[in-house]
Design a protein around this ligand. Structure first.
Ligand code: FAD
Length: 433
């Protein structure tokens, strides 16, 4: 049985670990904090716009087990908000223990409070990684350590540590496995060319908004609160600094868009507290993430790994990347799609088999190809997501966007890839696409 080590337990690492288990490997998932899901601990939006198609393709490809856990932890389904249709919102409080339990049931060995900080390699292959003084050997590795911070970068490229869910002071900052393996990584830029991209939403304590807003959010999942004109100044520029270009729309500068994920998700990178409390219904507002959401937010996309179409790093043949490591690829769905391919291909590499490259007749394959294009061309201000901005337009232009589950299932079938993630455990089960 091949052995795979996954570094980083965000959505990419979770999907990589599950996919590698489905493919029959022994899997260790190393996470530096005491919780899985990384930035997903404060996210929640799924299936908005093209993410619907990507999700249903991912399910048809055989990742339905993970999606069933997620779907059992939704607070709202089929929510529309400005520029976004048919969103689902997961419950940020119940999702993490549910995913942790699921991975344990699947036989993934979870090692939390285990921060990878060293790698043993010969420039071509990685043999082991170390966290503190413990070494973990494997046949192949997945780097899913994300691209956020750490604190020094949030100060250098943002407004300083705003005390976000990533909790660098407590658990130590992010360490890139790829960098430890000697790989030169790339950093994304904002639309104006400056380095680093600010995370695009804050969370308010749900008891700190007015009872009327709370009721509306509980009933519908969404509230669009018009901003008094005097508070709109400078908000368009603030949206330009966001990782999530799908939300850089005038409606998000003229209103506060609130979503119910358990927290009240405020769709803006930060918002001065004194101004926020001048908005009707938010007179007592209090930040839950980041704690200093009145000042700033985490900075991301500072460690993206040049990679090949099978998500293998360009230089280390048994190191695969998922999630934000793959490029300016934004979102949970995006992290799960890339993470799962990285996990599967790590197993195929360990067993000397051909990797799977998802075809561009599927949105998930086309998006992974697009991430590669963006990375190779150095177009690192172009954030990529199924849920909006230029990549969603490309999906529509190529006829890839669909909300018809039968049609999506048919496309996966026609690509010969139905249940591909479950077939790799059989020696003859996967053929390269
Ligand atoms: C505030 C916020 C809100 C968001 N909201 C949404 C949303 O609603 N919907 C959506 O689709 N997307 C959302 N996103 C984007 C989305 O969360 C990310 O793009 C995606 O989840 C990234 O997943 P990842 O696994 O690549 O990285 P991360 O989530 O960053 O996970 C990386 C993990 O690796 C761990 N790690 C780092 N270094 C090491 C190491 N050396 N050893 C071991 N572990 C390590 C970290 O602790 C972390 O758990 C949001 C992002 C933020 C910051």
């Amino acid at each position: 049985m091949s052995k795979i080590v996954v570094a980083g337990g965000g959505w990419a690492g979770v999907a990589a670990a599950y996919a590698a288990r489905l493919a029959g490997a022994e899997v260790q998932l190393l996470e530096r904090t005491d919780m899985l899901l990384g930035t997903g601990l404060v996210g929640g939006i799924l299936r908005n716009n093209g993410r619907f198609t990507a999700t249903e393709e991912h399910i048809a490809l055989g990742m339905d087990g993970l999606w069933a856990v997620i779907d059992a932890n939704l607070r709202h389904r089929d929510v529309d908000f400005p520029g976004h249709e048919h969103a689902d919102l997961y419950d940020v409080t119940t999702i993490e223990p549910a995913v942790k339990g699921f991975l344990e049931e699947q036989g993934v060995e979870l090692q939390t409070r285990t921060r990878v900080s060293q790698a043993a390699h010969d420039g071509a292959r990685l043999t082991a990684v170390a966290a503190a003084d413990r070494w973990f050997e494997a046949d192949a590795f997945v780097d899913a350590t994300g691209s956020f911070g750490p604190q020094g970068n949030c100060t250098r490229h943002g407004n300083g540590c705003a005390m976000c869910i990533l909790r660098c002071p407590s658990f130590g900052g992010r360490v890139s496995l790829a960098q430890e393996a000697g790989i030169a990584e790339l950093r994304a830029t904002r639309m104006d060319g400056t380095v680093g991209v600010m995370s695009g939403s804050c969370k308010l304590h749900s008891d700190s908004v007015s009872p009327e807003l709370r009721t509306q959010l509980a009933d519908t999942g969404v509230a669009v609160v018009p901003l008094p004109p005097e508070l709109q100044a400078g908000k368009t520029e603030m949206l330009g600094a966001k990782a999530c270009q799908q939300y850089a729309l005038p409606e998000f500068a003229e209103n506060l868009v609130l979503l119910d994920t358990g927290h009240v998700k405020l769709m803006t990178p930060f918002f001065p507290l004194d101004q926020l409390r001048r908005v009707p219904g938010l007179e007592n507002a209090r930040y839950e993430d980041p704690y200093a959401g009145g000042i700033g937010n985490s900075i991301r996309y500072l460690a993206m790994t040049p990679h090949r179409a099978d998500l293998r790093s360009e230089t280390i043949t048994n190191l695969f990347v998922g999630g934000e490591k793959t490029g300016p690829f934004v979102g949970h769905t995006e992290a799960m799609v890339s993470g799962s391919v990285a996990g599967l291909n790590a197993v195929l590499e360990a067993e000397g088999r051909e990797p799977v490259i998802l075809p561009q007749s599927l949105a998930v394959g086309d998006a992974l190809a697009a991430v590669g294009e963006v990375m190779r061309a150095g177009l690192l201000s172009r954030k990529l997501t199924f849920s909006g901005s230029w990549y969603f337009e490309r999906m529509k232009d190529k006829g890839l966007y669909s909300t018809d589950r039968d049609e999506i299932g048919r496309r996966v079938l026609e690509a010969g890839l139905s249940g591909v993630f479950k077939k790799a455990a059989r020696a003859d089960g996967v053929s390269a696409a």
